[in-house]
Ligand binder design. Structure first.
Ligand code: URA
Length: 284
């Protein structure tokens, strides 16, 4: 130990033990960063970023009744940011993918999303590509990064139970995220990272062509619905999303990770799932 060392050896070991007990599982960067105010916002599910305009999708306002044919999308004033090189490259690669296997291969060769540099695996999708229901979450976490598939950790286990509660097995849904690689330290993906992945997600939705899209949490809802409204306002209403010349019934609900932290909110998610079930059952 140096005379002026602020951390005696045993204190440093204690500090590491404490980090481990708090769930720290890796060093994300050389310089420490205070994520706490950011995480507090995530916990409260409040808007973190301004609305991010869509490139391929047009969103209609909430339909009064889900049974009615989705309303036509009204003209929207969308101020598109100048597409950067990564978005242009992503658009070209995604557009040319004739099927999901080609899209996954294109993503595997796409190096312009910065998340790819720090993640171990590409997490493309889980479930049945022929499913009538497609779910979109935020970003892979640690377990997903290790396994190379979305929603395989605790949030995924809860998601499986939620689907089972409306009679859907693991093979009756197709699941992905707005970004395909784990953000370091599980931080929220930046708008640039989401934009770089967006053309692939748009093409993935076109290729799966689900009857119903369920958006899990604020990040997916804001990105797909091109709004900066919070999830508490967006959830539980039928909206529509256009992909591949089709209008898809779309619902936003609370993210399973949020439900793990806030079990009392499960009853709202349950109501949303019942609405999804009635559309799938044709009883809405
Ligand atoms: N949370 C997500 O949004 N996606 C995953 O794949 C896992 C946890």
């Amino acid at each position: 130990m140096q005379a002026n060392d602020p951390y005696p050896d045993d204190m440093a070991v204690e500090l590491l033990r404490w980090y481990r007990a708090m769930g720290v599982d890796e060093a994300v960067a050389d310089t420490p960063q205070d994520w706490s105010s950011h995480n507090a916002e995530r916990l409260a599910e409040v808007p973190l970023a301004p609305a991010r305009p869509q490139t391929g999708a047009r969103i209609a306002p909430p339909a009064a009744r889900p049974a009615a044919p989705p309303p036509p999308a009204p003209p929207r004033t969308v101020h598109l940011p100048p597409a950067d090189a990564s978005t242009l490259a992503a658009r070209e690669l995604a557009r040319d993918a004739p099927d999901l296997a080609a899209l996954e291969a294109a993503l595997a060769g796409f190096d312009l999303c910065p998340l790819k540099k720090t993640a171990k695996s590409l997490c493309f999708a889980r479930g049945n590509p022929k499913a009538r229901l497609m779910l979109i979450g935020e970003a892979p976490g640690r377990d997903e990064d290790l396994e190379g598939a979305p929603f395989v950790g605790r949030a995924g286990q809860l998601l499986d139970k939620m689907l089972a509660s409306i009679g859907l097995g693991r093979d009756e849904a197709y699941i992905t995220n707005v970004v395909y690689w784990r953000p370091p330290g599980n931080r929220t993906p930046t708008p640039q990272e989401v934009q770089a992945c967006q053309p692939f997600l748009q093409r993935q939705i076109e290729l799966v062509a689900p009857e119903v899209l369920l958006l899990l949490g604020g990040a997916a809802a804001k990105q797909l619905l091109a709004t900066d409204q919070g999830i508490t306002k967006l959830r539980g209403k039928w909206m529509s999303y256009e992909a591949g010349g089709r209008t898809i019934r779309t619902m936003a609900t609370l993210h399973p990770a949020y439900l793990l932290r806030t079990p009392v909110a499960k009853r709202q998610a349950w109501r949303d799932l019942l609405m999804v079930k009635s559309v799938l059952d044709g009883t809405d």
